[in-house]
Design a protein around this ligand. Sequence first.
Ligand SMILES: COc1ccc(-c2nc3ccccc3n2[C@H](C(=O)Nc2c(C)cccc2C)C2CCCCC2)c(OC)c1
Length: 233
Amino acid sequence: KEKVEITKEQKALTKVIVEAYNRHQIPQDVAKKLLQDQYSVEENFLLLTEMATSQVQVIVEFTKSIPGFLSLDHEDQIALLKGSAVEAMFLRSAQVFSKKMPNGHNGILEERIRKSGISEEFITPMFNFYKSIIGLHMSLEEQALLTAITILTPDRPYVKDHQAVEKLQEPMLDVLRKVCVLQHPQEPQYFARLLGRLTELRTLTHYHAEMLTSWRMNDHKFTPLLCEIWDVQ
Ligand SMILES: COc1ccc(-c2nc3ccccc3n2[C@H](C(=O)Nc2c(C)cccc2C)C2CCCCC2)c(OC)c1
């Protein structure tokens, strides 16, 4: 059985990514808000667009802390951010949803989200994804590294220098693989399952524009930043 060692450099890289991940959290806790009050579909839509807008700003700050990112071609930097923003948003939502809360609160949160205004057909695929994330019991390191790996996906549309992005993503994949082996010794396939979630995440993001335009209300208003990031309006 090969002994898995995390090198000094890999420890340093993980520390940088986890610290950036912790630093760039969404300010207000949306789960607490949703548990406190029942909102109308219009208020929920507004809350969603506010959360998504602040999440994009947070992801930009997190990404700028990824070693080497700022040395990439500037247009490629934009292409990576634009190409991963929706996935990062669903990944973040899944992580918020997977947080253990006092008895019954998780059930109430699920109920509030089901009734938020999202149309029926998207509820099952969205919760299937959330529950598959919950099932993984991801550590903070795994969440932070997986988010960085998602952003550093070389085959996003309009990325010119794939090689340069691969060179940044590979060390993240190496250290994530080792972290998985060390933190889930009984599950040799854990790393593969974790990456498999990224595939499920991509299918979920296919629906995101329709999820928004089919929100059970008329006249959906988006911020300019969201029009950029979401394929809406
Ligand atoms: C595109 O369609 C979506 C996307 C996300 C969710 C979503 N899943 C969640 C899981 C747990 C907690 C909240 C959750 N959200 C929304 C939210 O804010 N996501 C969120 C964002 C956007 C950024 C940062 C961080 C988060 C959590 C709530 C927005 C207000 C109505 C209820 C959903 C969604 O729910 C219907 C539909």
